[in-house]
Design a protein around this ligand. Structure first.
Ligand SMILES: *Cc1c(COP(=O)(O)O)cnc(C)c1O
Length: 426
């Protein structure tokens, strides 16, 4: 009999994995709260919420119960010409939390498709109004998913090197800071004057895959204000930042200017199921209302608005709306803030930073600061041996825990970060 690892090696191709040199993957057999258990009975604390998706812990009894109920009621159905209560309830409830200008919810099934939908919405918005728009504005180092539209508006890097020729034109802006904001405003104005811009897409306040790079709401507001003055559609990709990660319900809640389109996924279902949402302001939706059928938004996925995924999202929202969850979020935020001071003053880590429940730091490295930087593997393995699941982005270590992590458990992660720092000195 072959082991699961042997069969995995024989039959499976893993995401973002250098298959030739990868260690045999650990076989997880159970999830409970913030812990996984493997086939040998070893436990791992999931300190990165399984690629930033899990909000309330694994196998949360309440969400599991709600999903199970839905599975016995209506598991999935076509979503053209038909509808169902979970999708309608979820749309209504999401709109209560989203910025007030958001008025319609379009469903898809992951973060990349949520972005793809947003880009197509913006392009066809222009074309339905008789305009041709050819380019988007995005930030350097951006990550918006792995489909062609998502790759196009993302940074051009090792992730998409082989596809360069197939990616559409994008104008990039550096991430804004107090030092460069005036210069960036000038660059933005130049793009708006010389290019036909369909939209400006950004990860608000934290660029996740770039290595948890953080920037200030006031600077983003300054850029959004310019885009708004020029009637450029502003797209907030909140796939990672949504649902409390940054300390507010959405990172957009820190802004004075409201995005026209917002993309959600990852935490949307509490990390239970794939689901994507693209919300938009009414003026965008209205550009598609016409007797001319060619102005229809011809986009959809087989699993659009999957009823079971919607039920997981509704259950996760129930938990997001409790006092307890926000106490957790605020406590994690406060713990991070306190620990950042310690890291900044007493350790080798560089650029120690936090925003809401996200904590990040760079390991000093002579190699280039990017995803292929080898220090990440060493770090992941070291923490794995200490029972903590971390998966650094190159030389960037980050912690994004499920909100149910206790004060003591989070302190244990901190202690390991301090212990690992000692290995850097020696
Ligand atoms: C993860 C991510 C995506 C892509 O989502 P998938 O569900 O992995 O396709 C898009 N944008 C941002 C900001 C992300 O963090």
């Amino acid at each position: 009999m072959k082991t699961i690892q042997e069969k995995d090696n024989a039959f499976v191709w893993h995401p973002f994995t250098h298959q030739l040199q990868a260690d045999a993957p650990i076989q997880l057999v159970k999830g409970e709260g913030i812990y996984f258990t493997d086939d040998k009975g070893q436990t791992y604390m999931d300190a990165i919420s399984s690629w930033w998706v899990n909000l309330h812990g694994h196998c949360h009894p309440y969400i599991s119960e709600k999903v199970s109920e839905q599975l016995h009621q209506l598991e999935h159905s076509i979503f053209s010409d038909y509808t169902h209560q979970p999708a309608v309830d979820l749309a209504e409830r999401l709109l209560k939390h989203l910025p007030v200008n958001q008025s319609k919810i379009f469903y898809s099934d992951n973060g990349s498709t949520a972005v793809e939908v947003a880009l197509k919405m913006a392009i066809q918005y222009a074309s339905n109004r008789g305009q041709e728009r050819h380019t988007f504005i995005a930030f350097e180092n951006a990550y918006h998913g792995d489909t062609f539209g998502g790759m196009s508006v993302g940074a051009r890097n090792v992730f998409n090197q082989a596809f360069q020729h197939f990616l559409f034109e994008v104008c990039y802006l550096p991430l804004p800071s107090t030092e460069n904001i005036e210069e960036i405003k000038t660059t933005l104005l130049l793009y708006l004057k010389t290019k036909s811009v369909a939209g400006f897409i950004f990860e608000p306040l934290v660029q996740g895959a770039a290595g948890m790079l953080m920037y200030e709401a006031e600077h983003l507001d300054a850029l959004l204000r310019i885009c708004k003055q020029h009637q450029i559609i502003c797209i907030a990709d909140e796939v990672m930042t949504g649902f409390g990660r940054t300390g507010q319900f959405f990172a957009s809640d820190y802004l004075s200017e409201t995005p026209d389109i917002i993309c959600l996924s990852k935490g949307l279902t509490g990390g239970y199921m794939p689901l994507g949402v693209t919300s938009c302001a009414s003026f965008i939706y209205e550009a598609y209302l016409s007797n001319d059928k060619t102005k229809t938004f011809f986009h959809g996925h087989s699993y659009t608005a999957n009823a079971t995924a919607c039920s997981a999202a509704l259950a996760s929202l129930d938990l997001m709306e409790t006092e307890l969850t926000w106490q957790h979020i605020k406590r994690i935020e406060a713990q991070h803030q306190q620990f950042v001071v310690e890291l900044q003053t007493k350790t080798n880590y560089e650029n120690v930073r936090c925003r809401g429940t996200i904590l990040a730091m760079d390991i000093p490295s002579h190699e280039e600061r990017h995803y292929l930087n080898t220090s990440g593997n060493t770090v992941a393995k070291w923490f794995q041996q200490h029972g903590i699941l971390l998966r650094p982005l190159g030389n960037v270590i980050y912690v994004i825990p499920p909100y149910c992590i206790t004060e003591i458990e989070l302190n244990r992660v901190y202690e390991c970060l301090l212990a690992f720092d000692k290995t850097l000195t020696n």
